[in-house]
Design a protein around this ligand. Structure first.
Ligand SMILES: Cc1cc2nc3c(=O)[nH]c(=O)nc-3n(C[C@H](O)[C@H](O)[C@H](O)COP(=O)(O)OP(=O)(O)OC[C@H]3O[C@@H](n4cnc5c(N)ncnc54)[C@H](O)[C@@H]3O)c2cc1C
Length: 361
């Protein structure tokens, strides 16, 4: 039977960053990925906010260390704005700096950084359950001292640890198109993507397009909405359409149980109003990896992870979840209410909404 200090399930941003930091502190780390290749297929809008925007959202994140040192070759295009488009096509332009990436190469880079610190990656390798204190996996049992669930929105590790699963995640679909789409992210609201939004996020001579929707506001399949969005905007996908769920209600109540922790989408660490989760998975992944190693090295309680990530991220994430509920109640009922609410909010308040800030004093 394999034996490790820290067993991590998932090689997305949360898992790879946790693996890197735990290994940097000397813990023996194995991270499992059920897919044959890390990051493939891509199921993401591939947008990353700038460091300044991340700090604006999470001002308590004091030390970024080398967390967001993403090499130039992984930055496809620097973007400078977000166009919020109402159901009539009226555009509100927000200044917002960020960049787009290729999520497959991005995730592979983060996994490589973890391996360079000594973490062992095992692909095509699925976690199945925890039984008698060991992890049963598709390649045999693994004994661990600490287990980390970085296994995405439908986390099996969370369930096995007795932690709450994400409630009401919404489905989203994405594909790539060719062409020049400027340097602003476009977000389309209304019946075209009920309860969420459609997007065109420019890359270098390409763009990532997609649609998310909330089943409670929809009367068709996500694929039907996606096809309608593509037709309406004259888009021609050049890749297979890929879908996945996005946590929509903010963090789960507890992220630590016994000798286990959950992180990233598995913990609901996603901005409810826009579905962004990559930077959050990385911020929490670093804390999680550090605490796992401290637990191994000197018995630090895993509760330190809960305390630390909540100190940095909980308030903005809860505010975003509250704002999403307001949008569900007042804006997403129809095109008319969406238009009206976007008009009432105006540019400044919609900027606050996107940045996890209060929209009313
Ligand atoms: C369509 C879409 C568009 C998005 N666009 C953006 C965006 O533009 N910007 C942004 O910041 N966020 C975006 N997000 C959210 C973002 O993708 C997630 O928040 C982020 O990927 C979370 O990282 P993670 O490591 O927690 O989980 P994931 O990236 O989901 O990684 C989890 C990994 O665990 C593996 N896994 C799962 N179960 C097992 C198992 N049993 N055994 C072994 N391995 C397992 C999975 O295969 C996966 O590789 C988007 C999400 C969707 C669905």
């Amino acid at each position: 039977m394999d034996e490790v200090d820290v067993l991590i399930v998932g090689s997305g941003p949360a898992g790879s960053v946790a693996a890197r930091y735990a290994a940097m502190k000397g813990a023996s780390v194995m991270f499992l990925e059920r897919r044959p290749t890390v990051g493939v297929p891509v199921r993401c809008g591939e947008f990353m906010p700038s460091d300044e925007e991340i700090l604006n959202m999470f001002p308590k994140l004091k030390d970024m260390d080398s967390l967001f040192d993403i090499p130039e070759e992984l930055r496809c295009l620097n973007t400078v704005g977000i166009d919020l488009i109402n159901p009539d096509g009226k555009v509100t332009v927000l200044d917002f700096n960020g960049y787009t990436t290729d999520r497959d190469r991005f995730d592979q880079y983060l996994a490589k950084r973890a391996q360079e610190e000594g973490a062992v990656l095992s692909t095509d390798h699925a976690f199945q359950k925890i039984e008698d204190g060991v992890a049963r996996t598709s390649k045999g049992d693994i004994k661990y001292k600490v287990i980390i669930g970085a296994d995405g929105p439908g986390s099996m590790v969370a369930r096995n640890l007795g932690l709450q699963k994400n409630r009401n995640p919404y489905p989203a679909m994405t594909a790539q198109v060719k062409g020049d789409y400027g340097n602003h992210t476009q977000m389309f609201f209304g019946g075209i993507a009920p309860g969420a939004y459609g997007w065109i996020i420019p890359k270098d001579g390409r763009a990532n397009i997609g649609v998310g929707m909330s089943p409670k506001f929809s009367n068709g399949t996500l694929r039907a909405y996606f096809d309608k969005f593509v037709d309406k905007n004259g888009l021609e996908p050049v890749t297979k359409v890929q879908g996945k769920y996005v946590p929509s209600e903010g963090p789960i109540p507890k992220t630590v149980s016994g000798n286990g922790m959950v992180v990233g989408d598995a913990a609901g660490q996603v901005i409810s109003v826009n579905g962004g989760g990559i930077p959050l998975a990385m911020i929490a992944g670093r804390i999680c990896g550090n605490v796992a190693a401290d637990n191994i090295n000197n018995g630090t309680s895993l509760q330190a992870y809960e305390t630390e990530w909540r100190d940095i991220m909980e308030k903005p994430l809860k505010l975003a979840a509250f704002n999403k509920k307001l949008a569900d109640t007042f804006a997403f009922r129809s095109d008319f209410t969406t238009k009206m609410c976007m008009g009432i909010l105006g540019k400044r308040r919609m900027g606050n909404l996107i940045r996890c800030k209060r929209i009313f004093p």
